[in-house]
Write a protein that binds this ligand. Structure first.
Ligand SMILES: Nc1ncnc2c1ncn2[C@@H]1O[C@H](COP(=O)(O)OP(=O)(O)O)[C@@H](O)[C@H]1O
Ligand SMILES: O=P(O)(O)O[C@H]1O[C@H](CO)[C@@H](O[C@H]2O[C@H](CO)[C@@H](O)[C@H](O)[C@H]2O)[C@H](O)[C@H]1O
Length: 456
């Protein structure tokens, strides 16, 4: 049973193991943006919990997935109530300033909690008034310390290192100036069968004040273009290419590189084949119509011969992971990798092209989402817009890191791999968006990408 910081006396609220509490949480989770199992029938069970005094971190087993749900009992519903039970409010602790302070104290080592370890390289300011980000997010991020830091609560928890802590930590130590530096983190331990495993729960980073979301900047420009307005200069995709190349250079310096062996290449092809099979199974309802084309594309994967240099990459690079700082420079966020990829696969060295195609897919998404909003707009104009951004980005990347060979089978294979992943992501999270990556898959398996004809 829990008590609040303002009222430390025991309460009459039900205990966490009470069926009514889990039932309430199970009903609430699918209403959140971060819940990754929407539309699936899964039983929810309490795996373990950590007592923060005025709040509690729950690790809930939902099918094969372990979910982090910090909660608190309060007298008032606050801004994110889960349920009223026996006269008290069970609330989402991520929206509760006292509970967020407790999480921060664990990260900085000021509060010791059985089963949790904090690790801080700086001394973040007290939480104060907090603000929870409301956006397209797989996790939950909270801005605190008078807008000086942002704490990310990892919603899906896995045994092993989370690259958002380890990779951002390595880039921070290397002094990379294209990322917000990592300030602190929390690791948890829990029993798993006969073993005892650990995994990251939280990362606290510098907050990029006045940062503008690259996704919104590019999407708004695409929208204005499709509306036939004079949109002005597009956001600087060339500088974005340079920024990505800089982070790749810093990652290589901080975490090393390796020349791909034949075994690496084979593993890479097998990985792509397995991901394609996974996507075709997970999104059978929408990918079924492309059965023959996907089969032929799977056969073409065997054309991949040389992977070149491998290194730690971002792993899920898209415009939503980029901010334009107050000084106009681009900053890359969220090194967690793809949320649908098992954690142990996310710190495997990869070709840098995977990040490059992630960004190219994102320009396509920006135009695709603009077309969804303006269904009568000119599809060819949207295509031109994408090709311009793509050319600018690749030119900037090439300037800092050397040219990208778009005819390389690795490039084509990774583009298709990303689009297939996106189809599964949208089926699970945003079914009304699925047409955007599905059209990309269709185009990639029916005709290779080629630029629009030059206008005389
Ligand atoms: N360091 C930061 N400074 C400012 N805003 C940030 C920072 N980190 C994240 N954000 C904002 O929060 C959003 C979600 O963060 P992100 O790390 O991508 O979460 P998720 O892994 O859940 O997708 C970003 O798109 C950005 O708008
Ligand atoms: O940012 P996350 O790590 O949570 O990434 C996941 O969610 C993204 C959406 O929020 C998803 O990205 C896809 O949609 C974006 C527009 O919202 C678009 O810019 C990306 O290109 C597209 O892949 C990402 O794939 C998923 O892993």
């Amino acid at each position: 049973m829990m008590a609040t910081m303002s009222d430390p006396t025991p309460t009459d609220a039900p205990s966490l193991t009470d069926a009514s509490v889990l039932t309430a949480i199970a009903a609430w989770m699918p209403t959140t943006r971060w819940y990754p199992l929407k539309g699936q029938e899964v039983d929810i069970a309490l795996e373990t919990s950590y007592d923060l005094g005025d709040a509690e971190i729950l690790l809930l087993r939902a099918g094969d997935t372990l979910l982090q749900v910090p909660v608190a009992w309060r007298d008032e519903p606050g801004s994110s109530p889960i349920a009223q039970l026996d006269g008290r409010w069970l609330v989402d602790a991520c929206s509760d300033a006292d509970a967020v302070q407790a999480l921060l104290d664990v990260a900085t080592g000021r509060r010791s909690v059985n089963g949790l370890d904090g690790d801080a390289t700086a001394d973040p300011a007290p939480a104060g008034e907090i603000r929870v980000i409301t956006g397209e997010q797989s996790n939950t991020s909270i801005i605190g310390g008078d807008g000086t830091w942002i704490a990310k609560v990892f919603r899906v928890v896995s045994p092993g290192d989370n690259p958002d802590v380890v990779v951002t930590g390595a880039l921070t130590r290397a002094g990379c100036d294209r990322i917000p530096h990592l300030l602190a983190s929390v690791t948890a331990g829990w029993p798993a069968g006969d073993a005892f495993v650990t995994g990251h729960l939280l990362a606290v980073s510098e907050f990029v004040a006045g940062g503008q979301d690259a996704w919104e900047l590019f999407r708004q420009h695409a929208l204005a273009t499709l509306r036939g307005e004079q949109p002005g200069d597009a956001p600087d995709a060339r500088a974005l290419g340079e920024a990505v190349a800089t982070v790749h250079r810093d990652l290589a310096a901080a975490m090393g590189t390796a020349s791909a062996s034949e075994a690496d290449t084979l593993r890479f092809i097998t990985g792509l084949e397995q991901r394609m099979a996974w996507a075709r199974q997970e999104a059978a309802g929408v990918l079924g119509e492309l059965h023959d084309e996907l089969q032929a594309a799977a056969d073409r994967l065997r054309e991949v011969r040389r992977l070149g240099e491998l290194q730690q990459i971002h792993g899920d690079l898209h415009l939503g992971q980029v901010l334009r700082g107050a000084n106009g420079g681009w900053v890359l966020l969220d090194f967690e990798g793809e949320p649908l990829r098992p954690m142990h696969e996310r710190m495997v060295r990869e070709p840098r092209l995977r990040d490059v195609v992630g960004m190219l897919r994102s320009f396509d998404y920006a135009a695709g989402s603009a077309l969804q909003e303006l269904p009568d707009a000119d599809g060819a104009a949207a295509g031109d817009w994408v090709w311009q951004r793509r050319a600018e980005f690749l030119a900037g990347y090439a300037e800092a890191a050397g040219p990208v060979d778009e005819s390389d089978p690795v490039f084509t294979a990774l583009l298709l791999d990303k689009a297939l992943y996106e189809v599964v992501y949208e089926v699970r999270n945003r079914p009304s968006w699925v047409a955007v990556p599905l059209e990309a898959v269709r185009a990639l398996v029916t005709a290779p990408p080629s630029p629009p004809p030059l206008v005389e």
